[in-house]
Design a protein around this ligand. Structure first.
Ligand code: ADP
Ligand code: ADP
Ligand code: MG
Length: 538
């Protein structure tokens, strides 16, 4: 039975192993005897943003350590000390030669924004402005501060910032440096869609002057930002292969399909599809709960206004809007964790809620926690619908306090879905997940809604995730931190039109049904804008 996301074969039966193309007999780098091996290489190009697209643990950072001169690649021979001379010889006559020559002479300067930014407050003490000033090598800092809306936090202590603030500071710092090559390992974590678009715009601006390489798991942003992509595939933590660059449209489509045409390699045995018709599907659904018009005011500083509505059995509802607009507050009101000031939630529906920020210092094992949440742990259903797709089996015995961000997210999603409830609320489930895990997440959530007959509300900033799973949409707008207004649920077309108009972008669909952001001012953009059709023209 298809859920619409995969058409060919169930991902849970996907093969672990891919065949290695012959021309990739020798790795670019191998970490020791049984260590991870990277094949192929990414190529930074003048005047362009190049993306790397693939799951975590596949060698993306390793490639960047080589490109920034931190690792001399050993070309698979981990027993001899590597030398740049050997590497130069290896790459003679290729497009990487000039670049490697620059690294080997020690004259290359790379500016890097790391994937994990949580360490920044630990190594840098002091005010935001002092950190940023020390990176202002191109005289562009003022521009970045204004665009990324950092003015109001310049005097703040670095130790007292939110994830979204640290991310924007890290972006500004990386772009402000004067370097020969820029690398940004994920730009979107903690950012809302507005901030993601701004970050993309600033990176594109810089790429006119200098080569920029990015890793990004939000495909709508990657699609808009990069000109070419290298697809990274293989077996995480065992070996990874970087393809030659592909045009971004083709590259993303091949990635979703799981088949690399030029290489003639199928690296995944199911394909991910966007299903345009699901949004208009006339499904008869019973009402699960209704909520009245509600108001919530925090200390006279922030006010949220909610229009009444209903949630139906078995549907997945998307919820979109900028940061600080009241999305989590709404979720907490529905979950009964916050009392509204006006209006009253009277339904007695049972809610299971995954908060946006997951904190835990519990030393319990993952398995212990899951068993406490469900009595189905040993069932086939649980194994196939939860444990396998969310890749939890390898970490069942780990202590929850020691998990990485992505692992903890997957455990939190599993915990939320394990409980018996009428309505499941997931606040930002895509955060910290790689692109492969986001596809699986969408599938798990849809199937859960369908099989449980409950409702699922998903708050997220990844438009592809929202587009893939939602049947209807809540849209929040207003002034972040001051007032928020909740509209919906609306059907996808009405909701997305509302949201995209606010965002100022239009979307089209390509031949595969994948939504793509139109270039501002392009023919389609102007056409759709004047027709008021921001979402997509069929
Ligand atoms: P990605 O950036 O795609 O997540 P990485 O390049 O960070 O992947 O890592 C790929 C694999 O190489 C991982 O399994 C990682 O554990 C391993 N690895 C990374 N750095 C080293 C190292 N210095 N020594 C040994 N193994 C490493
Ligand atoms: P979102 O989920 O859309 O990012 P939130 O619902 O978390 O937004 O927050 C909306 C606004 O309400 C923010 O300005 C936030 O600072 C404020 N806020 C949230 N929770 C509280 C609280 N418990 N007390 C006071 N203000 C709060
Ligand atoms: Mg929130």
């Amino acid at each position: 039975v298809g859920c619409g996301i995969c058409v060919k074969k169930c991902p849970f039966e996907a093969l672990d192993i891919v065949t290695l193309p012959e021309e990739l007999e020798f790795p670019t780098h191998r970490y020791g005897q049984n260590g991870f091996a990277l094949y192929g290489m990414a190529i930074p190009l003048e005047g362009k943003v190049t993306g790397i697209l693939g799951p975590n643990g596949i060698g993306k950072s390793t490639a960047v350590s080589i490109l920034s001169g931190q690792i001399i690649p050993n070309l698979g021979d981990f027993e001899t000390d590597p030398s740049w001379d050997a590497v130069l010889k290896h790459y003679a006559g290729t497009e990487l030669f000039d670049y490697i020559k620059m690294i080997s002479s020690g004259s290359l300067k790379a500016s890097i924004k790391p994937q994990y930014i949580d360490f920044i407050p630990k190594v840098f003490k002091g005010k935001v402005i002092d950190l940023l000033k020390s990176t202002d090598e191109r005289g562009k800092l003022g521009h970045y501060v204004q665009k990324l809306k950092l003015e109001s936090i310049l005097d703040r202590d670095i130790g007292k910032l939110s994830g979204g603030e640290i991310q924007r500071i890290a972006l500004a710092a990386c772009l402000s440096r004067n370097a020969d090559f820029y690398f940004l390992d994920e730009i979107t974590p903690y950012l809302d869609i507005y901030q993601r678009m701004t970050a993309a715009e600033l990176i594109q601006e810089l790429s006119v002057e200098k080569p920029v390489l990015i890793v990004e798991h939000d495909l709508a942003i990657l699609d808009m930002l990069a000109e070419n992509v290298h697809i990274a595939y293989g077996k995480p933590s065992v070996f990874g292969i970087l393809t030659r660059p592909k045009g971004v449209r083709v590259g993303i489509n091949q990635y979703l399909e799981g088949f690399l045409q030029e290489e003639n390699v199928r690296f995944r045995d199911y394909s991910v599809n966007f299903e345009t018709y699901s949004h208009n599907r006339e499904v008869k659904r019973e009402t699960l709960m209704t909520f009245p018009a509600l108001k919530k005011n925090y200390d006279g500083k922030f006010e949220l206004t909610i229009r009444g509505g209903e949630i139906r059995c078995g549907e997945v509802l998307g919820l979109v809007g900028p940061n600080g607009i009241g999305k989590s507050t709404f979720a907490k009101i529905l979950a009964g964790l916050e009392e509204p000031d006006e209006g009253k939630m009277e339904s007695a529906v049972k809610i299971s809620y995954k908060p946006q920020y997951i904190k835990t210092d519990s030393t319990d094992s993952v398995e212990f926690m899951l068993r406490q949440a469900t009595n189905k742990f040993d069932s086939n259903y649980y194994k196939h619908e939860i444990l396998e797709p969310l890749s939890l089996e390898p970490i069942l015995q780990s202590s929850v306090s020691q998990l990485s961000g992505g692992e903890l997210q997957r455990v939190a999603i599993a915990l939320c879905l394990s409980k018996e409830a009428d309505l499941y609320i997931l606040d930002e489930p895509s955060a910290h997940l790689d692109v492969e895990q986001r596809m699986v997440l969408s599938r798990v959530i849809k199937r859960h809604a369908e099989s449980s007959g409950s409702g699922v509300l998903v708050i997220d900033h990844d438009i592809y995730v929202i587009d893939m799973i939602s049947e209807r949409l809540f849209v929040f707008d207003g002034e972040p931190g001051i007032s928020g207004k909740a509209l919906g649920p609306m059907d996808m077309r009405e909701g997305m039109n509302h949201f995209l108009k606010e965002l100022g972008v239009t979307f089209r669909r390509d031949k595969t049904g994948r939504p793509r952001i139109n270039k501002p001012g392009s023919y389609l953009d102007r056409e759709q804008r004047s027709a008021g059709d921001y979402y997509y023209a069929e």
